[in-house]
Design a protein around this ligand. Structure first.
Ligand SMILES: N[C@@H](CCC(=O)N[C@@H](CS)C(=O)NCC(=O)O)C(=O)O
Length: 202
């Protein structure tokens, strides 16, 4: 699990936006927490603008997507991206809650049988309806929604407890979508590099 900041790293890599990861220790976090907008990570800061501190992982990702030209200009298409992204955030919240639950095994199974199956069915249907199916979810070019959806698919694919669902056999279009995103040259280079954190908390 690469956590909530991974989408922003993927956007920076795809759009070639320079960035640096800072991982904080428990001790550092105790001091930093009170200075953050919501007492939470991730947090985006900029050396050139010390007053700028952006929290909320999807707000950070949306900002970077604007910078990197990964948001549609059309307002309705842009709103569709937001809708798909916000719904992934709900599914991701349930997934992280189950992953860190004291009843992890039971709760992950419950997540798989309810939320994950619902996610796969709904996002496959969105992809089928897209004018550029199965390449992109919204419009006719890559958007940040594709990156968010890819990241979530990638994250759930790494969980052994979900293997039995065999989502890639059930949903070949979703599988092709995921493969095409991970084959994009900048993302492929990142995914196989040591810039990608192997395991961070949610
Ligand atoms: N909705 C927020 C949730 C952020 C969140 O829950 N962050 C956790 C880490 S994944 C956190 O900062 N926990 C540390 C704490 O609460 O002290 C987002 O998407 O950024």
């Amino acid at each position: 699990m690469q956590g909530r900041a991974e989408v922003s790293r993927l956007i920076c890599e795809e759009a070639q936006i320079p960035y640096k990861n800072d991982f904080v220790s428990g001790e550092e976090w105790a001091k930093l927490k009170i200075k953050t907008p919501f007492g939470q990570l991730p947090l985006l800061t900029q050396e050139e603008d010390p007053n700028f501190a952006l929290a909320q992982s999807m707000t950070i990702a949306r900002y970077l997507a604007h910078v990197g030209n990964l948001t549609p200009k059309d307002l309705k298409l842009s709103a569709y991206c937001d809708m798909l992204v916000d719904a992934v955030a709900d599914f991701r919240g349930s997934f992280y809650k189950a992953s860190f639950s004291p009843n992890r095994d039971h709760d992950l199974k419950d997540f798989a049988e309810t939320k994950l199956k619902d996610f796969l069915q709904r996002y496959d249907a969105f992809l089928q309806k897209s004018p550029s199916s199965p390449h992109f979810f919204v419009g006719t070019s890559l958007s940040w929604a594709d990156i968010v959806i890819f990241d979530f698919l990638d994250e759930v694919s790494s969980v052994k407890a979900f293997d039995y669902i065999k989502w890639d056999e059930m949903y070949p279009k979703l599988k092709q979508f995921k493969s095409e995103i991970e084959e994009r040259p900048a993302l492929k280079a990142y995914l196989h590099s040591d810039r990608r954190p192997q395991k961070v908390a949610a």
